[in-house]
Design a protein around this ligand. Structure first.
Ligand code: BES
Ligand code: ZN
Length: 592
């Protein structure tokens, strides 16, 4: 008996699920999914079989032969949820569990019509990474236990269901309902299970790419992401053929807690990417790159998360460099460097979480989440790339994908493969320190560009005297503006805030990276003209990357704290569970 994942009851000595057949019935009145999950085994299984569940009520379990299976739900554990222990009779080919989700399922958000763009129909979406699939269905919820799946999703008529799978036509449904069929033939980690139901329309962007969104947003989405096919083509040049058939995207309502989620065949995206100038499509490049780094080769557990995200940030910036050139890429690295330094400071009290290889026994992956595995991980990949040579490393990356395709691997397996490919290279770059020590090694790769230096210098001198020429500033590209804002001194006078706002037109920005960086700076300095826009944003948008720092910035002044408490009290019921937790944690840091 061996549990191999600190966040799952999955036991690799027990039968392994090969695939799922799901029948899901979405009940929007009660905010629950009623489900029948059939778990199929590669060969006749028997004996103890443990599944992860969270908030599920389990009605019964039967074998393929119709025999009832004895089961027991264990006690609730704070991070893991409840173990569902089944005892399979010999020769079991599949077991079907009938269950219901909880209205408070952490992996699902049920939106009222008012929380959607159209205001007429409700919406449901899932977000399963890292360990929330278990709140949507009983499963071996560990990335090492990969499964294919088929699903039938029954929803009220007028709503459309999409999944991290290919559409497979309609199934018969009762009056007033519609049933959609899906098929994901390739084995995926459970965290890539995804479902969304809402009033959706699609627009084709190419022969293999379509964007879905609510009718009110779909045209803006189609314009913003019109370049996706060229991203796919670039990614294929770098990493080999796209293996997942279609690359579709879904733009969610604004409460979606992340920027993007790489659900295979159906990337989920926040509507905050709709800047109106295509300036945030690097998030699409990132989620697309996960089709190789993350979905084809996945981290075995959350302790090896850097393998997913570090590699993907590296891949995203390689795509960016190929499409927009060296300078755009180095600005992106520069922005990342800033985010990394902030995060290293934020984790000063828990430095263990700034290692690449983490120890997460007893730690909730949502609490361990930060940009460290992203930006430090990507710098580690660059250290390898620079030491190996770019052409050799590209060759290595393709070989790596080939060797581990459709597998979920550990840092040790990755290192083993590097060692075989480039003997001595890990030692040469000091890989042990990268992986197992906190912080960033002193010799970490640096990215410099004349433009980055120039903007950094301009930002540093901003308050002391010479403002850059206003006309020139107005012509800055969004990434230039963002670098400049990030590099400004943390303490600014109200006059300087006002001057900055009028020179750059910050309050009216549609680019949320710029807007939130500005609002954080402004409210942290008690600049009250920024309060109303902050209130609107925190009432509407649930992306944690923006919500957390804004609540923290409001915490710096008494009027800010008053606003934050008021906004939180009214917005909390509409937040996603993860967003609510992040906001609560920020408020808990306020002086009382
Ligand atoms: N897979 C992540 C999102 C995620 C990570 C969800 C861990 C739950 C747990 C996704 O690929 C991601 O990294 N999204 C980023 C955007 C990216 C450009 C850095 C985000 O949401 O901001
Ligand atoms: Zn990612």
């Amino acid at each position: 008996m061996a549990r191999v994942d600190p966040h799952s009851f999955f036991d690799d000595a027990q039968p392994r699920t090969k695939s799922w057949q799901l029948r899901l019935w979405a009940d929007f009145d009660r905010k629950v999914i009623r489900g029948e999950a059939t778990l199929l085994f590669a060969e006749g299984a028997k004996g103890p079989f443990d599944l992860d569940t969270k908030g599920l009520s389990v009605e019964r379990a039967v074998t393929d032969g119709g025999k009832p299976v004895a089961f027991e739900l264990g006690p609730e554990e704070p991070i893991l949820g409840r173990r569902l222990s089944l005892d399979l009779p010999a020769g079991t080919k599949s077991v079907t569990v009938s269950y219901e989700t909880s209205p408070a399922a952490v992996g699902l958000q049920w939106l009222s019509p008012e929380q959607t763009e159209g205001k007429k129909l409700p919406f449901l979406f899932s977000q399963c990474q890292a360990i929330h699939a278990r709140s949507a269905l009983p499963c071996q919820d560990s990335a090492v236990a990969r499964v294919a799946y088929e699903a039938e999703v029954n929803v009220p008529e007028g709503l459309t269901a999409v999944m991290s799978a290919g559409p497979d036509g309609d199934a018969p449904a009762e009056a007033g309902r519609r049933a959609f069929r899906f098929k994901m033939p390739q084995p995926i980690p459970s965290y890539l299970f995804a479902l969304a139901v809402g009033e959706l329309e699609g627009r084709d962007l190419s022969h293999r790419c379509r964007v879905w969104a609510e009718p009110a947003t779909v045209n803006a989405a189609a314009w913003e992401f019109a370049g996706t096919e060229s991203l796919i083509a670039r990614a294929e040049e770098l990493f080999g053929p796209y293996d997942w058939d279609r690359y579709d995207m879904l733009v969610l309502p604004p409460s979606f807690p992340y920027g993007g989620m790489e659900n295979p065949r159906m990337t989920f995206l926040t509507p905050t990417l709709l800047a109106g100038d295509r300036s945030l499509v690097d998030v699409v490049a990132h989620e697309l790159a996960h089709s190789w780094t993350g979905n084809l080769v996945s981290n075995a557990t959350a302790e090896h998360f850097w393998l997913n995200e570090g590699f993907t940030v590296w891949a995203e910036r390689r795509i960016l460099k190929a499409l927009r050139g060296e300078e755009a890429a180095s600005l992106a690295w520069g922005i990342g460097q800033n985010d990394l330094e902030e995060a290293l400071k934020r984790f000063a009290d828990t430095p263990g979480l700034t290692r690449l290889r983490t120890h997460l026994q007893g730690v909730d992956p949502d609490d361990a989440f930060s940009v460290v595995p992203y930006e430090k991980g990507a710098r580690f990949v660059v250290a390898l790339e620079r030491a190996a040579g770019e052409a050799e490393f590209d060759h290595f990356v393709r070989a790596y994908m080939k060797r581990f395709r459709f597998q979920s691997i550990t840092t040790e397996q990755f290192c083993g493969f590097v060692e075989t490919s480039f003997p001595g290279l890990l030692e040469k770059i000091g890989a042990a320190a990268w992986l197992d020590l906190p912080g960033l090694p002193a010799d970490a790769p640096r990215f410099v560009s004349p433009r980055l230096e120039e903007l950094t210098a301009l930002a540093a001198s901003w308050t002391t005297s010479h403002a850059p020429d206003a006309a020139a500033m107005a012509r800055w590209r969004p990434d230039e503006t963002l670098v400049f804002l990030q590099k400004l001194p943390a303490v600014m006078s109200r006059e300087d805030c006002a001057r900055l706002d009028s020179a750059l037109g910050l309050m009216g920005r549609g680019n949320y990276e710029i807007l939130t960086t500005w609002l954080c700076l402004a409210v942290a300095n008690g600049y009250e003209p920024a309060f109303e826009r902050t209130r609107q944003l925190l009432t509407r948008v649930g992306r944690m990357k923006y919500v957390r720092p804004l609540y923290l910035a409001l915490g710096k002044t008494a009027p800010g704290r008053a606003l934050a408490r008021e906004v939180f009290a009214s917005a909390a019921p509409t937040y996603h569970t993860l967003t609510r937790r992040a906001a609560e944690a920020a408020l808990a840091q306020y002086p009382s």
